[in-house]
Ligand binder design. Structure first.
Ligand SMILES: Cc1cc2nc3c(=O)[nH]c(=O)nc-3n(C[C@H](O)[C@H](O)[C@H](O)COP(=O)(O)O)c2cc1C
Length: 376
């Protein structure tokens, strides 16, 4: 890897943060589908809101609430500050976080310390490392994955799947041949659990099954309806007068599987834990994700600006989401996360239609009040 390429990786990461902070990169015509999911209101919740227990155990780790901050960045001084701020906040709140792609630091060991700072600020929080599937296709093996884990003493490693973004980037790496086989090599040998993670376009049941068979221990669906990577790349292309990628970014701005659909179909197809992400903006979205079968819920974009400000701002953002989650649990009469996973749901509109077309029967959820969807 030459110096110029390493610099390009870092510059790209810097561009991504700047664009996400300054431009509207949210999905426009596609939504998460959470607006189609309804809880049945309990006029008699028969629980005390103050006694609601949000604690969750997953991957042998106890979370104070089933919420993490999703992978965003690393490798530059600004990125280090962002990660450290998030790390301090999740440590204080008993949550977890993912760091952004560690590619730059694997290519240039001088950058490792920028990621290592994250663990220093979050000595006991659940930390997820991050590498990309395209790098595996290009030859990365277990060694590089283990470097990523060791760099932050990670509790798990996410391998991100981002074909949409790569297909629109001018420097995009669009070779995904045998990516599954490479993921398998790492998932079956790494010292920590491997999580397969999309980046905003969702994961379908078919891929989820293959990933489970390949040995991944968790799936972060990162569906459509939130941050659009086609949109981010659209703005990069526009700035460099790259007409082709500008056009591609616009055309594929709303590409993907809505998050609610992805959570439903993946959680009904595999037995590994599901992380819901992509457009999670409120604690009500968190509650719906958990009720649809997710074990953890991950929020990225809403935390980015607060993370450029202060630990207090990040904590405030997350605490509001936690309060909303508690409210949803109170109003559905669920005083534990386990009970929330069993409450009946009504799936309507576009989301119900989408699931029916995919061979799932969302109407069964309404009658499933007693069925435990917390198989994990
Ligand atoms: C600024 C920024 C940088 C990101 N970088 C990464 C990354 O390096 N690796 C990754 O797996 N996902 C990355 N993501 C994707 C998020 O983890 C998440 O899947 C996606 O943004 C959807 O969630 P959201 O709608 O809450 O933002 C990034 C997101 C943002 C906003």
């Amino acid at each position: 890897m030459n110096f110029q390429m390493i610099n390009q990786t870092r510059e790209r990461k810097g561009d991504h943060i700047k664009i996400c902070l300054e431009k509207d990169v949210q999905a426009k015509r596609i939504t998460t589908g959470f607006e189609d999911i309804f809880f049945v209101h309990r006029a008699l919740p028969e629980i005390d809101r103050e006694k609601i227990d949000l604690s969750t155990k997953l991957f042998d780790h106890k979370f104070s609430a089933p919420i993490i901050v999703g992978a965003m960045t690393g490798g530059t001084s600004e990125a280090t500050k962002i990660n450290k701020t998030i790390a301090e906040a999740v440590q204080e709140l008993g949550l977890g976080m993912g760091v952004g792609s560690q590619r730059a630091a694997i290519e240039d060991a001088k950058l490792e310390c920028s990621f290592a700072e994250t663990r220093k600020k979050a000595p006991t929080a659940f930390l997820i490392g991050n590498i990309g599937a395209p790098q595996l296709v290009q030859g990365w093996r277990l060694d590089q994955a283990q470097i990523a884990v060791n760099m932050i003493d990670a509790d798990a490693l996410a391998i991100h799947l981002n074909p949409l973004q790569e297909a629109i980037q001018p420097e995009g790496e669009t070779n995904y041949e045998n990516a599954l086989e490479k993921i398998k090599e790492i998932a079956t040998s790494l010292s920590v659990p491997v999580i397969a993670k999309e980046t905003g376009a969702g994961i379908a049941a078919e891929e989820a099954k293959k990933l489970e068979e390949a040995g991944v221990k968790g799936i972060d669906v990162s569906g459509a309806g939130g941050t659009s990577w086609a949109a981010v790349e659209y703005y990069r292309a526009k700035a460099t007068l790259d007409k082709k990628d500008e056009r591609l970014g616009q055309t594929f701005w709303d590409w993907g599987i809505p998050t609610a659909v992805s959570v439903f179909e993946v959680s009904n197809s595999v037995n590994v834990p599901i992380i819901a992400s992509g457009g999670i903006r409120t604690g009500l979205d968190v509650a719906k994700s958990l009720a649809l079968g997710a074990s953890l819920v991950s929020v990225s974009a809403p935390v980015l600006r607060p993370a450029t400000q202060s630990v207090g701002q990040v904590k405030e953002t997350l605490e509001l989401i936690i309060e909303e989650l508690k409210n949803a649990m109170f109003l559905t009469g669920a005083d534990t996360v386990k009970k929330l996973k069993k409450v009946p749901l009504v799936v309507t509109g576009k989301t119900a239609q989408w699931l029916l077309m995919r061979g799932f029967h969302p109407e069964t959820l309404a009658r499933q009040g007693s069925k435990d969807r917390s198989k994990r």
